[in-house]
Design a protein around this ligand. Structure first.
Ligand SMILES: N[C@@H](CCC(=O)N[C@@H](CS)C(=O)NCC(=O)O)C(=O)O
Length: 124
């Protein structure tokens, strides 16, 4: 739904290249890139990805399993948090799965995904 709305705006600009970019994760010039650090067999990761998929959000997924340098990168970005998932919407660090669902329950997730964020936080 949201993707269609953005696509329509871009199509109105008669810029097919931009429209094509919107179909690739993290390439849309309108919607913020969503990054999620995960491991396999992580139920919280599955639940977080399920919510984002339900909203037709393409994600840039970084599997840190067996990749200590990627887990370190995640931890450094997340202010020391080590659990997966860790989720960013654009520059905004959402936190983990629980925080993502909290945003949804508060009715704030869609705005954040649309790039209309008032939020700036690093959640413990
Ligand atoms: N409250 C967290 C819980 C996340 C969590 O416990 N994830 C597990 C994997 S499913 C984890 O990272 N455990 C510790 C570890 O692997 O270092 C959230 O909602 O994301």
């Amino acid at each position: 739904m949201r993707l269609l709305r953005h696509s329509a705006v871009i199509a109105l600009q008669d810029n097919h290249e931009m429209l094509a970019q919107c179909l690739l994760p993290g390439e849309c010039p309108v919607m913020p890139k969503v990054t999620i650090y995960t491991t396999r067999f992580c139920p919280y990761c599955v639940a977080a990805k399920r919510l984002l998929a339900r909203k037709n959000v393409a994600v840039d997924e970084i599997d840190v399993g067996g990749q200590p340098h990627l887990r370190q990168e995640m931890q450094a970005k997340a202010g020391g948090l080590h659990t997966v998932p860790q989720i960013w919407i654009g520059e905004v660090h959402v936190g983990g799965c629980d925080e993502l669902y909290d945003l949804e329950d508060q009715g704030r997730l869609d705005a954040l995904l649309a790039g209309e964020h008032e939020m700036s936080r690093t959640k413990a």
